[in-house]
Structures are given as C-alpha cells and as structure tokens.
Design a protein around this ligand. Structure first.
Ligand code: FAD
Length: 311
C-alpha cells in the first residue's frame, strides 16, 4: 500500500506532528510518500526527506498553498491520490481541516483520530470522549485517516534519504482567501503538543490577571507549556489555542499539572494519557483526583506560590 502523508509546517520548518503520522503510515503501507504543500517551502521538503523510511517527497510550491487553505490543498491531494492508496494526516488543526474535504472529494469515509493500525484497513479510534475505543474497518478503496499524535511514536527525523519531486496543482480554487491570523504570544514556552511538562489552569483562576500571576511563574520555573480548561478559555482568561480536551488539544506530556480544574470527561479526553498527572484542587471529591497520580487538596492561591518558590 502506498501512503501519502501530509507534512505539517509553517513554510520554514516541519512540525513534529508529522513524525507520528509517518509512523502510522509506515504501519499501514510499505511505501511512505510525503506531501509538502506551501509557499517558498523547499527547506521543509529537504527536512522531510531526511525522515527515516520515507520515499518520495512531493513538493507543491505555490502561493495558493501558503496557508494550507483546505479549499486549495484538497484538490491537490486528490490528484495525488490517483497513485496513492491512503492519505494520512496528523490530527492537528490543519490536518482536521483538510482531511474531511479530501474524503468528501474522493467520496470515501474519513477515519478520524486513529490510535492504532490493526490491519490493512482496520484501526482503533476513541469514541465518547475517549471513554471507549472502537475498532473500525473501512470498506473504501482509498483511505483517508487522521492520526492521534500521542498514540504513535515519532519517526526518526534523521537518517532517511527521500527524493524530492516537484508537483503542481490547480492552485487557487477561488473558494476562500486568507485574511489574517492572530498568534498568541507564547514567549519562550514550549508548544503544548510537544511540551514535556504542562501546567494547566481552570475556572478557579478567576481571570486573565490571576492566571498570569499564578500559573505562568510555575510554568516558567518548570520550562513547561501552558494549557487551560475550556471554562478558562471561554471565560477569556487565555486564548483558545491553550485549550486541552476533546475540543482542544490532545496532549500526553511526561508531567501534567492540573490546577483548579475539576476533571470533566471532556478535559480528561485531552490529557489522561499523560505519564504523571498532578492535580491541585480544593475539593477532595473532584473527579480529576480519579486520574491523578499525585493529588494536592487545598487552595491553589496558597499552594502555587509556595510550590513555585520552592522549586
Ligand atoms: P469547573 O468544572 O468549574 O472546575 C473548577 C474547579 O476548580 C473545581 O473542581 C473547584 O473545586 C476548583 N477550585 C475552585 N477554587 C479553587 C481554589 N481556590 N483552589 C483550588 N481549586 C479550586 N472542557 C475542557 O477542558 N476541554 C474541552 O476540550 C472541552 N470540550 C467540551 C466539549 C463539549 C461538547 C462539552 C459539552 C464540554 C466541553 N468541555 C471541555 C467543558 C467541560 O465539560 C467542563 O465544563 C470544563 O472542563 C470545566 O472546566 P474547569 O474544570 O476549569 O471548571
């Protein structure tokens, strides 16, 4: 089976999420090809070609692909699916945006957020916010799959010798245009999905000023990424891209510290695979303690400054 993997990037650098998708693709088929679609992004293709086990890297360099608008890149992918059997994308914001349109154009089912490859066309995936795992088999000729990054090891970023082949597509489909983006300032903090340690704050933080005052110093001491519950995001304490959970980011760091977060199933769906979970909550019956390896029952406003100072 020939697989085509969507390379996640910002036109300069490949993103780590690509590497887990490559691992999933290699379990699916013997030939793993990559697609780099972007603008002035040859450096990304060169980086991608070094991933261990990769064959061809298809490079579509066109201004129309700069922002990975699904309306523009999906037809390009569909063209490539003439000679590939499976399209594999990481379950990132872009992957989740592009894959459904590809599936619709190919008239096949999309299999989302796979956790494992069980056979040629058989996968496991979470349902009910991760409380049950379904085994699903596709009967379509072509596969469109998104991959949960935390469920697959990352492929080696070095050691491969893929060949770069330039391709072109129809370019601008004229259906959408890029207006602008506001990127939250993360400073020196690691990005959530690749952070080893995450400190997340919940509704208990009251507002953005207290979130900044209590969560950020602890995160900075630990070199941690910063996350939040949806309640904290909805209340405007922090931007959307901090959200961890079913409708946010799926993370599995070495250490996840949940501060003033109750542990609703939708939040657990995004972090319960973390290696060590530490919960700080004043309610000893909070559900977060059911998944926590270490629990501190108490007022975060007392515990956090003390903890931060002692580190
Ligand atoms: P709360 O549930 O209000 O909990 C606050 C906690 O803080 C309580 O446990 C309280 O005991 C504790 N606390 C209060 N004061 C202190 C103090 N001084 N010191 C210590 N502890 C204190 N949620 C997500 O997080 N991510 C998602 O992706 C997500 N997706 C959703 C999708 C759907 C379809 C739906 C319906 C909901 C979703 N939710 C999601 C929302 C989820 O159900 C919860 O409402 C949300 O997670 C609650 O956030 P919270 O734990 O911060 O707030």
């Amino acid at each position: 089976m020939k697989t085509l993997v969507w390379v996640e990037h910002d036109n300069n650098e490949m993103k780590d999420a690509t590497l887990s998708a490559v691992t999933a693709a290699s379990q699916l088929g013997s030939e793993v090809h990559l697609l780099v679609a972007g603008s002035n992004c040859r450096a990304v293709a060169e980086q991608a070609a070094k991933i261990a086990g990769v064959g061809k890297v298809h490079l579509a360099d066109d201004a129309a692909y700069e922002h990975a608008l699904a309306e523009n890149v999906a037809p390009l992918i569909v063209d490539q699916m003439g000679h590939h059997d499976a399209f594999v994308a990481p379950s990132t914001t872009t992957g989740k945006n592009v894959a459904p349109r590809v599936a619709a154009l190919l008239d096949v089912m999309q299999i989302s957020d796979i956790l494992s490859v069980e056979g040629d066309k058989t996968f496991t995936r979470p349902i009910y916010a991760g409380n049950a795992i379904a085994t699903v088999e596709s009967s379509d000729e072509k596969l469109v799959v998104t991959v949960r990054g935390t469920a697959f090891d990352k492929a080696e970023a070095e050691g491969g010798a893929g060949t770069i082949e330039e391709i072109s597509g129809a370019g601008d489909a004229g259906l959408s245009s890029f207006v602008g983006q506001e990127i939250a300032e993360g400073g020196e903090r690691p990005e959530l999905t690749s952070a080893n340690v995450i400190v997340s704050g919940g509704r208990a933080l009251k507002d953005s000023a207290t979130f900044e005052e209590y969560i950020m110093p602890l995160a900075d001491k630990l070199g941690a990424g910063v996350g939040a519950s949806r309640a904290a995001v909805d209340a405007g304490y922090v931007p959307n891209d901090y959200q961890v959970g079913q409708t946010g980011k799926i993370v599995a760091p070495e250490v996840y510290i949940a501060v003033g977060i109750s542990g609703a199933i939708q939040h657990l769906a995004g972090m319960k695979d973390s290696k060590t979970i530490i919960a700080i909550n004043k309610d000893e019956d909070a559900p977060i303690f059911q998944v926590a390896d270490i629990g501190l029952v108490g007022d975060l406003y007392k515990i956090l400054p003390e903890l931060t100072e002692k580190l």
